[in-house]
Design a protein around this ligand. Structure first.
Ligand SMILES: [Zn+2]
Length: 167
């Protein structure tokens, strides 16, 4: 997936040299500079353009909702298989859409983590990701919880996001 998390590894030898503030329990930063650093501590990258139209995606969501409401696990697994085949047909040559093991029966949250990217079918799901860092845009706006839509300057993807809040 395109989501990456940067982790800072602090070894025993480093502890004496880092700022005492870094050793406190994590608190939400109260300066704009600290808040921007907090935002940037998690990479948020464009997942690439939509590979299927909204008109094609809507019935997929409808079908999924029915299966979910009826707790029809086996049919949902079948649907995921079909979605994988469709995704693979959009894939970059040589790219294989990952086949992770099916979750334990009834673990809908785990199954939806597999199914939803296949339903949406963004470029990154099939090896045609973009990678433009959305954080560059997020830090241009107030941290007020407002909803935003940004057009990726790299691939034209419409990215909707919500500004963070630090109160
Ligand atoms: Zn993009």
């Amino acid at each position: 997936m395109s989501e990456e998390k940067e982790t800072q590894v602090i070894t025993a030898a480093d502890v004496g040299t880092i700022d005492a503030a870094m050793l406190r329990d994590p608190e939400l930063p109260d300066t704009r500079e600290g808040q921007e650093a907090h935002v940037k501590s998690v990479a948020r990258r464009c997942r690439g353009p939509k590979l299927v139209s909204d008109e094609d995606v809507a019935p997929r969501w409808d079908a999924w909702r029915v299966l979910r409401d009826e707790d029809d696990w086996d049919s949902a697994l079948d649907m995921v298989q079909v979605l994988r085949k469709i995704a693979q047909s959009h894939a970059t040559t040589g790219f294989t859409v990952s086949k992770v093991p099916d979750p334990e029966k009834g673990d809908w949250a785990a199954l939806e983590r597999i199914a939803f990217p296949l339903i949406r079918l963004r470029g990154a799901t099939v090896g045609k990701g973009c990678g433009w860092p959305l954080n560059l845009e997020i830090v241009k706006h107030p941290f007020d919880g407002a909803e935003h839509v940004t057009t990726c300057p790299n691939c034209g993807n419409m990215i909707s996001w919500k500004a963070p809040v630090f109160d």
